[in-house]
Design a protein around this ligand. Structure first.
Ligand SMILES: [Zn+2]
Length: 267
C-alpha cells in the first residue's frame, strides 16, 4: 500500500510530536497527566483515520482489480469441454483406451497452451469424474445439463468440446470438426479448426467441417461451440498415436492454434 506514514509520524520521524506542536499550546495549562490522556486520544484518532484510509484504498484497489479481470474474461475466455467422464467412458479404442481419458489429457494440454497466451480458460471437468451426482436418476442427462449451464454462465467467445471418434470399419481415420447447423460463428470456427488439424496432424486428411443438427451440446448453447473429434479409436494406427503423450501434445497444439485463429478472426 503506497501509504505515507510521515503524516502520522511527523516529518522528524518522532511519533506525533510534529503534529502535536500547536496542540501543545492549547493545552499547556493542563497538568502533565491530563496532557498524556489528550495525547493518547489524539493517537487513537490518528490510528482510526489511518485505518479508514487504508480500508478505503484496499476496497478501491480490489474493485479495480475485479473490474479489469471481468473485462479480460469477457474479451478472451474459452471453455474447454473434455467429453464423457465417470461411468461414461465414451468410445473404447481398438487398443482398450477409453475416450474419456484421452479427451481429458488433450483438454488439459489445450488449457496449458491457452493459459501460456494469457487466455482465461474454464474446464467443464478437471478430472476423470463426470458432472453428475452419484444418485442421479439419469446421469447422462444431468451431466450434459451441467456442462451447458457452465457454458451459459461463462459465456465464452468459444467452447471447444474434445472427443474421439469410432467406426465399425477399421480403415476409417482422421480428425473432424462439427458445428451447429444454425450458427454461422460455429461454422467459421469449425472450418478454421478443421484446417488447423489437417495442416498440423495429417495433410492427407480430406475431411471437412460438418454441420450437425442434433447434438445436445451444440443445440442448447447460445455461444459458439465446436466439437473436435481428434481421431478414430477404431483405427489401430490412430488409436496408438492418441494414447501417446507426444501426439496428444501435437493434437492440443493444433486445437490451440485453431482457437487462436478463430479469436483473431473475430476481432
Ligand atoms: Zn465422445
Amino acid at each position: 500500500m503506497g501509504f505515507d506514514t510521515r503524516i502520522f509520524m511527523g516529518k522528524t520521524g518522532r511519533p506525533i510530536s510534529y503534529n502535536m506542536h500547536s496542540f501543545h499550546k492549547i493545552v499547556k495549562k493542563r497538568d502533565f497527566e491530563n496532557m498524556k490522556k489528550w495525547k493518547e486520544a489524539f493517537l487513537y484518532l490518528a490510528m482510526g483515520a489511518m485505518l479508514i484510509v487504508t480500508g478505503f484504498l484496499a476496497v478501491r484497489e480490489t474493485a479495480f482489480f475485479v473490474t479489469s479481470r471481468q473485462a479480460e474474461i469477457k474479451k478472451t475466455c474459452v471453455v474447454i469441454d473434455a467429453g464423457h467422464g465417470g461411468d461414461d467412458p465414451g468410445k473404447i479404442g481398438i487398443n482398450g483406451a477409453a475416450e474419456r481419458d484421452i479427451n481429458l489429457q488433450v483438454a488439459q494440454k489445450v488449457k496449458m497452451f491457452l493459459e501460456m497466451e494469457g487466455i482465461e480458460t474454464v474446464m467443464t471437468r478437471k478430472d476423470e469424474k463426470g458432472l453428475y451426482d452419484s444418485g442421479a436418476e439419469n446421469k447422462k442427462v444431468q451431466d450434459m445439463k451441467r456442462r451447458i449451464a457452465m457454458i451459459e454462465e461463462t459465456a465464452p467467445e468459444i467452447t471447444v468440446s474434445i472427443h474421439q471418434n469410432s467406426y465399425p470399419e477399421e480403415y476409417v481415420k482422421g480428425a473432424q470438426v462439427f458445428y451447429y447447423k444454425d450458427s454461422p460463428e460455429s461454422k467459421t470456427a469449425a472450418e478454421i479448426m478443421q484446417k488447423s488439424l489437417k495442416r498440423r496432424l495429417d495433410p492427407e486428411n480430406h475431411r471437412e467441417a460438418k454441420a450437425n443438427a442434433s447434438y445436445y451440446l451444440l443445440k442448447k448453447t447460445s455461444t459458439p461451440v465446436i466439437i473436435v473429434e481428434c481421431g478414430f479409436l477404431s483405427n489401430r494406427e490412430e488409436a496408438a498415436k492418441l494414447a501417446e503423450e507426444d501426439y496428444q501434445e501435437q493434437v492440443a497444439w493444433a486445437v490451440f492454434m485453431g482457437i487462436m485463429q478463430t479469436l483473431n478472426a473475430g476481432k
